[in-house]
Design a protein around this ligand. Structure first.
Ligand SMILES: O=c1ccn([C@@H]2O[C@H](COP(=O)(O)OP(=O)(O)O[C@H]3O[C@H](CO)[C@@H](O)[C@H](O)[C@H]3O)[C@@H](O)[C@H]2O)c(=O)[nH]1
Ligand SMILES: [Mn+2]
Length: 729
């Protein structure tokens, strides 16, 4: 852990002693449970017992690993006022990269709101260049950016003059103000109208799928689409929509504007384009031709800048005299602006964002999560850290010299061609690493292994806000991609224990594994979701006698872990209900997304499949949106994931029913601990029963999924019951 610098401070979190004390007792408990399991393997139900033993051992090990995120939590505090007074006009230029990939899943009007929010940062415009990379190669997106470049002439001066927040016009204008006679209200009304007109034009072009002919005449860039341009087959397009160094490029009040560039790298069938990593690498090269700022901010197209001063905060970590030269990136947590009450899909990650990631920071590592991250260009370009990397404060104009817009565009295009990377180190040692669905995580890890130090910064005012998934399917697909990518890293040469050895701290290596090992959790969770219920019906006990000391130990481990997790979540701002919903989502993710990722990984290792990047949809239909806002989980598909969820839910419900009847009938061998486990599963799954039995909307469990699940669950129970009869005979 690094100590204090002059532009920021690092403080240890309180309560470490309590956590460490509790850790020791839980650890002792876990050891006892495993010892007990090993020493009491029964004759009947042997395999179930061994499965439970394995599950508990894996969960216990994972619990140990996850303590690395709690052991040495630190928080960061930058001093941006000090930065401003020290650097004044000499602040470094900043390039902002925005990535988009599909005009349908990522509507152009959403994309340009993100672009406008980063264009209007409280930062000198002539030091700011914004690049939009469009992997969709879409004229509609280009058109939207063209519209935004015009609207920015009104929006930037308005938002800066009145210091409005946030700087995404869509979000800002969705809130109303008291319209009176003041000049602010008049301006507000005027700019809002301009915004709404612009948005109307963008949305109607998107709906029609084409841009009007007379509009196409207004900018030379549209002619790029005169020849054949298909999403996966087109030439490189680079269009400088605002050349910020040109004294004539000004807003309506005569101030300079940030540079604005549209990029769509070349795509050809047969050439791997490497998804977002490929797009980022093209951005790194193209921007180095045009503005070459030493600091790069990278955001996803749905993630607007929420804090107009965030650049200055981040710069404190780069410009600090003591530690700044070693900083490779400053990562902010992923926050969302579309979270409903109690966050039904567990998107907010309270414990991860406020504790675990700060805990990793305490061990000197931070995950790069692909968005909301400020990079040092040098560290992104594959350089190793060596002393004395200071950041220059040159202006964009120094870089451009006397080249015209067209010259720059032509030079930049070449850098975005498919063939450019052939035989180079791009995607290996330079830029973002290729071949992994979580290009961000693996890239961050390898940068740190080159001697650089990242910073995780989680300010109370969120710096960026994105769009969180609003249906179960989309959320689980996202987690499948993530967990598959994570596990792939663990099994590759990038495994932190191998690559990171001697380069990052052991605590940091463990910290990475909190995420890299996600898919492994699928099996023990399924064991706990299936075996106690089946054994209950079969009449086979899987736990010690309720009155025994062993049972007390087991119960202690379970209670202490659960209570700690609840306490920590609530301590950092979650509600009790929110925590409970996270528990549900955790279980669902493990049984579905992580399981599929595990299977997929095995298939990939056998050469049977290839990983891809399934884009997360940022829009859903109105009805689904309404259900999301009402807090109803959207099942609505008969995918294998839904069937797994429904099967486990029904299995536990039926087993609980059976056990309860037995208990009421006064049977002596009621297996209380197993009954309790089924009870917990049933409680967790209440919305699943609702979706199966009571709901009739489109988000309910489809009948085919219900039937398949019912057949599977009852068959499994029947088999178990038959075994019981055999035992009794
Ligand atoms: O071929 C592609 C695919 C995606 N993207 C962009 O990548 C971003 C992230 O894609 P999204 O579908 O929103 O994925 P998420 O699951 O929300 O993304 C998280 O996880 C990714 C890694 O899996 C990271 O790259 C992202 O930054 C991080 O927000 C979006 O801006 C896309 O436009 C591209 O530019 N090109
Ligand atoms: Mn996203």
């Amino acid at each position: 852990m690094r100590g204090d610098g002059d532009l920021f401070e690092t403080r240890a979190a309180r309560g470490r002693a309590v956590h460490r004390g509790l850790c020791i007792t839980i650890l002792a408990g876990i050891v006892c449970v495993c010892v007990y399991r090993l020493g009491h393997i029964p004759q009947v139900g042997r395999y179930s017992w061994i499965a439970m033993l394995c599950a508990e051992a894996v969960l216990g090990l994972y619990w140990i690993i996850s303590q690395s995120g709690r052991w040495a939590v630190v928080y960061r505090f930058p001093f941006k006022d000090k930065l401003s007074s020290r650097y004044g006009e000499k602040l470094p230029p900043v390039d902002v990269f925005v990535c988009t990939a599909d005009p349908v899943l990522e509507p152009p009007s959403l994309v340009v709101n993100t672009v406008l929010s980063v264009m209007s940062y409280n930062y000198p415009s002539h030091k700011l260049s914004v690049y939009l990379s469009d992997d969709g190669g879409s004229q509609l997106t280009f058109y939207a950016l063209f519209e935004a470049s015009r609207f920015s002439k009104y929006w930037i001066p308005f938002s800066k003059k009145h210091n409005v927040e946030p700087r995404s016009p869509a979000i800002y204008f969705s809130r109303t103000i008291a319209v009176d006679d003041s000049s602010f209200a008049r301006e507000w009304t005027h700019v809002k109208l301009l915004y709404e007109e612009m948005r109307g034009r963008i949305d109607s072009a998107a709906a029609k799928g084409s841009v009007l002919e007379h509009v196409r005449d207004q900018h030379k860039g549209f002619s790029e689409w005169n020849s054949k341009v298909e999403k996966q087959d087109h030439h490189s397009i680079v269009q400088i929509l605002i050349d910020g160094w040109n004294p004539e490029a000004t807003d309506v009040e005569g101030n300079s504007l940030p540079t604005l560039v549209y990029l769509s790298r070349e795509k050809r069938p047969g050439w791997p384009h490497n998804f977002k990593a490929g797009s980022m690498n093209a951005l790194i090269r193209v921007s180095s031709e045009i503005s070459k700022a030493p600091i790069i901010l990278n955001v996803d197209c749905d993630m607007y800048a929420n804090d107009p001063d965030a650049i200055k905060d981040a710069l404190c970590f780069f410009l600090d005299e003591k530690h700044g030269s070693q900083t490779c990136y400053v990562q902010y947590p992923q926050q969302y602006n579309n979270i409903v009450k109690n966050d039904i899909y567990g998107n907010q990650n309270f414990a991860t964002n406020n504790i675990e990631l700060s805990g990793l920071d305490g061990f000197g590592v931070a995950l790069y999560v692909g968005t909301g991250c400020f990079h040092r260009r040098e560290s992104l370009s594959g350089k190793k850290f060596s002393a004395n990397h200071s950041i220059e404060s040159g202006d964009v104009v120094d870089n451009i010299k006397d080249r015209s817009v067209v010259e720059l565009e032509e030079a930049a295009k070449v850098l975005a061609n498919c063939s450019y990377e052939k035989g180079t180190l791009w995607g290996k040692e330079m830029g973002l690493v290729y071949g992994c669905p979580v290009e961000d995580i693996v890239t961050g890890l390898s940068i740190q292994c080159r001697g650089w130090k990242p910073v995780y910064y989680n300010p109370s005012k969120h710096a960026f806000k994105g769009v969180a998934p609003t249906t179960l399917d989309v959320s689980l697909i996202q987690f499948t991609r993530w967990s598959e990518g994570m596990f792939q890293i663990f099994l590759s040469k990038y495994c932190p224990f191998i690559l990171g050895r001697g380069k990052i701290s052991f605590g940091g290596q463990m910290g990475y594994c909190i995420y890299l090992l996600w898919p492994v959790l699928s099996l023990p969770t399924l064991v706990y979701g299936v075996i106690p219920a089946l054994a209950l019906v079969r009449g086979v006990p899987l736990f010690p006698k309720v009155s025994s000391l062993w049972m007390a130990t087991l119960a202690y481990v379970f209670t202490a872990k659960t209570a700690y997790s609840l306490a920590e979540d609530v301590a950092v701002g979650d509600t009790v209900k929110g925590w409970w919903y996270v528990q549900r989502m955790v279980v669902i993710r493990r049984m579905t997304a992580y399981l599929l990722a595990l299977i997929e990984t095995v298939m990939r290792m056998l050469g049977l499949s290839q990983s891809a990047f399934v884009l997360t949809a940022k829009v859903v239909d109105d009805e689904a949106e309404k259900r999301y806002k009402k807090g109803l989980i959207e099942f609505g598909s008969s995918s294998i994931m839904m069937i797994i969820i429904a099967t486990v839910a029904l299995l536990n419900l039926l087993a609980l029913g059976w056990g309860a009847v037995k208990a009421l009938c006064g049977a002596t061998e009621v297996l209380w601990p197993q009954l309790a486990i089924c009870g917990v599963w049933v409680l967790l799954n209440l919305p699943v029963y609702d979706a199966i039995f009571f709901r009739s909307d489109k988000g309910s469990m489809p009948l085919p999924a219900t039937l398949k699940s019912l057949i599977m669950a009852s068959t499994a129970l029947l088999i178990s019951f038959t075994k019981r009869v055999v035992i009794e005979l």
